[in-house]
Design a protein around this ligand. Structure first.
Ligand SMILES: Nc1ncnc2c1ncn2[C@@H]1O[C@H](COP(=O)(O)OP(=O)(O)OP(=O)(O)O)[C@@H](O)[C@H]1O
Length: 236
């Protein structure tokens, strides 16, 4: 199976100096890759570079085998990469329906997406700003899904949410991969919850990859994850 998203030797940052260096990852359709690492490791920066919002000073990003070129968010969006940012980027004074409509490519897709979020279906007329944190995150993911992404990038799924809410959201991400055949890259602070749901994981520290493998392999070897988080050097 060839990867939908492939990034090789990516260097990116906010100034001349690269914040992430030599990051490589690939995700197939229907797979979830957990992008892990301590605060400041470069996870958000990597997602911003993949979605074309930040310049890549080196490396390549391809979607379906087609190279995206450098720092072009429109081209990335046309190729099917959609980012759910950590601030969720909702229109807080608009209702759930209006938020979805503004993002949707077609109405049928909106209905399909709502099937994943029965809770949102009950809150269609509520303003986004009046939703709970978990519902807001569902809406942010819903807004991304109505754009029919080939690749869904989710930054800090659990930002500001209780672990019990995260436990409800993670299976939805799994269903997005399984049922919509989307390739997902998920940044998540709850490492073991993320690994229980993901297929593969990459751990970053100080802007570089220090560990990668199948999610099961890493779940079975928590000491390697701990070393990667604490040491930040290439874990054996
Ligand atoms: N807008 C910015 N301008 C300059 N430097 C930035 C900017 N945003 C992040 N950085 C720096 O880039 C590095 C990586 O940050 P990034 O947000 O990618 O890490 P992260 O792994 O997502 O961390 P966290 O889990 O805390 O969100 C950090 O040193 C951070 O201070």
């Amino acid at each position: 199976m060839s990867a939908v998203l492939e990034c090789t030797g990516l260097h990116a940052g906010y100034t001349e100096a690269a914040v992430v260096r030599e990051v490589s990852l690939s995700v197939n359709a229907g797979e979830v890759l957990a992008l892990l690492g301590p605060n400041g490791a470069g996870k958000t920066t990597t997602l911003l570079a993949l979605s074309g919002m930040l310049r890549c000073s080196k490396g390549t990003v391809t979607v379906g085998g087609v190279a995206l070129g450098d720092g072009k968010s429109r081209r990335a969006a046309r190729a099917g990469i959609v980012l759910v940012p950590d601030d969720r980027a909702l229109f807080k004074t608009l209702t759930v329906t209006e938020n979805l409509k503004l993002a949707a490519k077609d109405r049928k897709r909106g209905d399909e997406v709502l099937d994943l979020f029965p809770r949102l279906k009950e809150r269609l007329k509520v303003n986004a700003g009046n939703l709970s944190g978990g519902e807001q995150q569902m809406l942010a993911i819903g807004r991304a899904l109505v754009q029919n992404p080939k690749v869904l990038l989710v930054d800090e799924l659990s930002m500001g949410l209780a672990p019990v809410i995260v436990q409800d959201l993670l299976p939805i991400i799994r269903r997005v991969a399984d049922e919509l055949d989307t390739a997902v890259v998920l940044v998540e602070q709850h490492v073991s919850l993320a690994l229980q749901m993901a297929d593969h994981a990459v751990v970053l520290a100080h802007g570089s990859e220090v560990l990668s493998g199948s999610a099961q392999e890493l779940l079975d070897q928590p000491e390697r994850i701990e070393a990667a988080y604490l040491g930040g050097h290439k874990a054996a």
